[in-house]
Design a protein around this ligand. Structure first.
Ligand code: SAM
Length: 303
């Protein structure tokens, strides 16, 4: 279910793939290619002032460049060579906020087509282990191509149902970080061209929320887990704050982390530790992000 709106203006966001290049080199390349660099945005509104071939660095995310919505990079050398990834700003937040350490063991539970996986790999500098699962074979094959182009090497791709992955398997004994971006209604995704809109089916939403909660509860069973980021591209409270609230009740040894105090849009009350994103307030697609942290107890594991 996708919002359709011809008046919406979302800039073109470009994530620099630091596995292959640097932000400085990409800026230099683009300048030589006729683009004009305006420096780092000082306020969110700046991102909407871009036109023609002007671009700037984002004010929240270091590796993100912002262009006018009309700029198309699909045929550009930097894109084809995997030096840049075309990824909405909101969708860059989950990996950025999870911020796994170089050399860490990390799970991307519902990973295809893999934009967040490649972002995680960049943050980990391709060191450590990145276990990526998806149960959709076709999406996984797209993902393999994308990861190859992006130069990701620290991953292990598995065509597996995450709910069937054994949290107690020795393979995952050092997993401390999980990114969970499960299937959702997609109600935050804005289609800028088509007309018409679909109604959300209440039964489908209920089923999605139940699935998302199962994924969350399952992910929290990994014994060494410290931090988990949960994200959806849905604007429905039912798939976001409500799922998170039930999960917190069931897993009292985890608590929410207060994310990015400077971010302008928060999770619905009382879950204001979480982030929301929207076309109107953050100039992105609609998104929800929560981060859980295991509460440290002297006797963790026995509670
Ligand atoms: N994180 C991805 C990215 O940034 O490119 C997008 C993930 S998409 C929102 C959700 C994915 O979850 C789909 O590719 C879907 O096939 C997968 N999925 C759904 N149920 C699953 C399950 N039980 N186990 C593993 N993957 C699942």
């Amino acid at each position: 279910n996708v919002q359709h709106n011809n008046d919406v203006h979302i800039p073109r966001y470009v994530r620099v793939n630091t596995l292959k290049t640097t932000v400085e080199d990409v800026i230099d390349y683009l300048k030589r290619d006729g683009f004009s660099y305006q420096g780092t945005a000082s306020q969110l509104e700046d991102l909407r002032s871009l036109s023609g071939k002007t671009f700037m660095s984002d004010l929240h995310l270091r590796d993100l460049l912002v262009f006018s919505a009309k700029v198309n990079f699909h045929d550009h050398y930097l894109y084809k060579a995997g030096h840049i990834i075309l990824q909405d700003k909101a969708s860059c937040l989950p990996a950025y906020l999870l911020d796994p350490p170089v050399g860490g063991h990390v799970i991307d539970a519902c990973a295809a087509p893999g934009n967040k996986t490649s972002h995680l790999a960049a943050i980990m500098k391709n060191k450590g282990k990145l276990f990526a699962f998806d149960r959709d074979t076709k999406r996984l094959s797209t993902m393999s191509t994308l990861l190859l182009r992006a130069g990701v090497t620290c991953h292990q791709l598995a065509n597996e149902d995450f709910l069937k992955v054994d949290p107690l398997s020795p393979a995952y004994k050092d997993v401390k970080h999980i990114l969970l971006d499960p299937s959702c209604s997609g109600s935050g995704m804005v289609c800028l061209h088509d007309g018409g809109s679909e109604e959300q089916d209440p039964e489908r939403l209920k089923a999605l929320a139940a699935f998302q909660l199962r994924c969350l509860n399952h992910a929290l069973k990994f014994p060494k887990l410290q931090n988990l980021v949960y994200s959806t591209c849905s604007i429905h409270t039912q798939e976001n704050e409500e799922v998170m609230s039930v999960c917190l009740e069931k897993n009292p040894d985890f608590r929410l982390i207060h994310l990015l105090p400077e971010w302008p849009e928060r999770g619905r009350d009382p879950l204001t530790q979480c982030l929301r994103a929207s076309t109107t307030k953050t100039f992105t697609h609609g998104f929800f992000i929560a981060m859980l942290e295991r509460q440290t107890t002297r006797n963790s594991g026995s509670l």
